[in-house]
Design a protein around this ligand. Structure first.
Ligand code: T5A
Ligand code: NA
Length: 217
């Protein structure tokens, strides 16, 4: 497949309340206005709620069910694997795929748990083989600033100590080979400023598409 004829895989990542979903929607709209075919996805997502695995994750995040830490980790990963074929096919057809959270959240949130004794490496292994993005935009914000934004505090990982640890681990992950795909975006600015920065980085990624390789060990 020629890198120029295929679609680009773009991932938006970051801490809770960093503005991922806001920017995801804006980016998809801009790309569509440019005349591109766009597939919008998110993990865990609305599509996820249609599968038994997705329903288990939803109940877990709302605190309605308990799950062993390794077990829920594998469910989050399985939820991505359920959609891996869709992602690959869309890219092959020339569709730009834009995903709100992906394996980076999967790895980091599980490893951030205090008592789980679950390393970044252990958390990363089930993700090996998933489509690797052309670019991952990491929306970075201080946990204190994120906490001031709307709706914070309802879900499982929305405590300041976990968010602090999540941010540290995102930075640790960026120091590994996975970091080659990541571009840090200062998400503490206005919606418009963040959007402009994202568009520039997406344009760079489109000018230099990668080889659509899976994540390797
Ligand atoms: N998780 C996820 C795992 O543990 N493992 C996994 O494998 C995966 C995929 C749910 C949880 O699941 C965990 C991580 C999470 O803890 P989610 O459903 O993506 O993940 O989380 P949500 O609650 O939907 O989204 P977030 O809380 O992360 O928020 P967003 O999407 O970052 O932020 P957004 O755009 O909704 O904005 C939040 C608020 O801030 C305002 C918005 O208007 C909104 O009120 N806002 C801004 N305010 C000021 N300035 C800006 N620039 C702003 N941008 C947005
Ligand atoms: Na979101």
């Amino acid at each position: 497949m020629s890198p120029r004829s295929r679609g680009i895989l773009i991932v938006i990542e970051g801490l809770d309340r960093a503005g991922k979903s806001t920017q995801h929607a804006r980016l998809c709209q801009s790309l569509e206005r440019q005349g591109r075919r766009v597939k919008r996805m998110r993990f865990p997502g609305s599509h996820a709620l249609t599968t038994p695995i997705g329903k288990s994750i939803d109940a877990y995040l709302k605190g309605e069910s308990q799950q062993e830490d390794h077990a829920i980790h594998l469910l989050f990963s399985a939820n991505r694997w359920e959609a891996a074929g869709q992602i690959r096919n869309a890219i092959k057809e020339g569709i730009t795929v834009v995903i709100d959270r992906y394996y980076y959240s999967g790895i980091v949130y599980s490893a951030a748990k205090d008592k789980a004794d679950l390393s970044l490496k252990w958390a990363r292994d089930p993700e090996i083989g998933l489509p690797r993005p052309d670019v991952c935009l990491f929306l970075d914000i201080a946990p204190e600033a994120a906490a001031k934004r709307g709706g914070f505090g309802g879900e499982k990982y929305e405590t300041s100590s976990i968010q602090k640890r999540v941010r540290e681990l995102f930075y640790k992950l960026m120091g590994t080979s996975d970091g080659m795909d990541i571009r840090i975006v200062d998400a503490g600015r206005s919606v418009e400023e963040v959007e402009k920065d994202i568009m520039e980085r997406v344009k760079d990624a489109m000018d230099q598409p990668k080889l659509a390789k899976p994540l390797t060990a």
